[in-house]
Design a protein around this ligand. Structure first.
Ligand SMILES: Cc1ncc(COP(=O)(O)O)c(C=O)c1O
Length: 371
């Protein structure tokens, strides 16, 4: 796709299915979008309220306190030690970073941006916006010489797949061989459910077991949207190679991309508190425990989904047919077609609905096979 030729926003295709779901007498249950439904923690809201005197311009790099909180968070929550203030940078949510990184890195025509086969669509869009080519590939041996940027996403959206230390190492080694920047989008890192990820944090691309302490061309993006119910605040950050962070900082200074001061204060409060993250995780764990067996009882197979915010399900038929069946139950899901061309028989169901809605969805799914 040439620069400027933007595709239609795919979610518009959902309109007829939303209408069908809305006709359900018990009301619609929307599991299609991963937008948090639980309240932003009080400590975050209080920090925002206390920071409304923001007469001066904020720093692009964030305050020193915020940068230190990001460094401390990586060490405490992600096992990533050795970062300094020069290795971290706040961003206005992580979607802007995902969509703008090819631009911030100066990529353009002839360059390749690699992203997962089942992928959050903004990786491709970032490439399209600068006229670069996006390539969906999970196999480092396929990545061409023109690769300039590689996106990993673990735990994955939409598929909840976790990349092991060995997989992260192999991807990083190939990216470095190609001279490409490699970024781990880890915004679901706190949401591990099954197998070893129930107990152990999912590995970070900046984990010393992956990098051997060398962060060259290696970045991680993280967001507070999901872990802290702050999607409306647009608070996120990127960390890693100080040279790349330096370049991003310079371009962002020129482009005016800085996080508002009151939001920096809110982000600081969220990053310093682990308790609310545990509370939120427990909510999603409980919802998952209700929805997953109900989907299975209704004949949907759940693939991957060992971590993250979604259940990646398939009935072995075209996703639009499954979306139609769910719509008749008053449930809205997202078709695999929205996440690339490789998963036409999958649907994505989000855990971001109230306990009541999740319980009702589960009842309808079970009743659909016993009726
Ligand atoms: C994989 C992935 N990356 C990035 C984002 C963007 O998150 P935010 O812009 O809220 O930080 C999302 C949001 O759903 C996502 O799923």
């Amino acid at each position: 796709m040439a620069r400027g030729e933007l595709p239609d926003y795919p979610w518009d295709l959902m309109a007829p299915y939303r209408e069908r779901a809305a006709a359900h007498p018990g009301g619609v249950i929307d599991l299609s979008i991963g937008s948090p439904v639980d309240p932003t923690p009080d400590l975050v809201r209080a920090a925002l309220v206390n920071a409304t005197d923001a007469h001066a311009y904020p720093q692009t790099t964030g305050t020193g306190e915020l940068r230190q909180a990001i460094v401390d968070w990586f060490a405490r929550r992600r096992g990533v030690t050795g970062l300094t203030a020069a290795n971290v940078l706040p961003t206005v949510g992580s979607k802007e970073l995902v969509a703008l990184l090819p631009f911030l890195l100066g990529l353009g025509e002839g360059d390749v941006v690699v992203h997962p086969r089942a992928a959050y669509p903004s990786y491709e869009m970032g490439a399209v916006l600068v006229g670069a080519r996006a390539m969906a590939s999970d196999d480092p041996s396929e990545w061409p010489a023109a690769t300039k940027l590689v996106w990993l996403n673990s735990p994955g959206n939409p598929d909840g797949r976790v990349l092991s230390i060995d997989e992260l190492r192999a991807a990083r080694e190939r990216a470095l061989e190609l001279g490409a920047v490699i970024v781990g989008d880890e915004c679901y890192a706190e949401l591990g459910w099954e197998g070893e990820w129930a107990e152990t944090p999912v590995p970070s691309l900046l984990d010393p077991r992956v990098t051997d302490g060398n962060r060259h061309n290696t970045l991680v993006a993280y967001s507070l949207s999901k872990q802290s119910n702050m999607a409306g605040y647009r608070t996120a950050f990127v960390a890693g190679c100080s040279t790349v962070i330096g370049r991003l900082t310079t371009v962002r200074k020129h482009a005016g991309l800085m996080l508002a001061q009151p939001l920096q204060a809110a982000m600081l409060a969220a990053l310093r508190d682990d308790e609310h993250v545990a509370v939120q995780k427990q909510r999603y764990r409980a919802r998952r425990a209700v929805l997953k067996p109900a989907l299975e009882a209704a004949g949907l197979r759940i693939d991957h989904s060992e971590a993250g915010l979604y259940l990646w399900a398939s009935e072995g038929r075209d996703a639009w047919d499954s979306i139609g069946r769910l719509a008749d139950l008053g449930i809205v899901g997202g078709p695999g077609h929205f996440y690339g061309v490789h998963h036409p028989e999958h649907v994505r169901l989000s855990l971001t609905a109230s306990d009541e809605h999740i319980a009702t969805a589960a009842e309808r799914l079970r009743a659909s096979v016993t009726a």
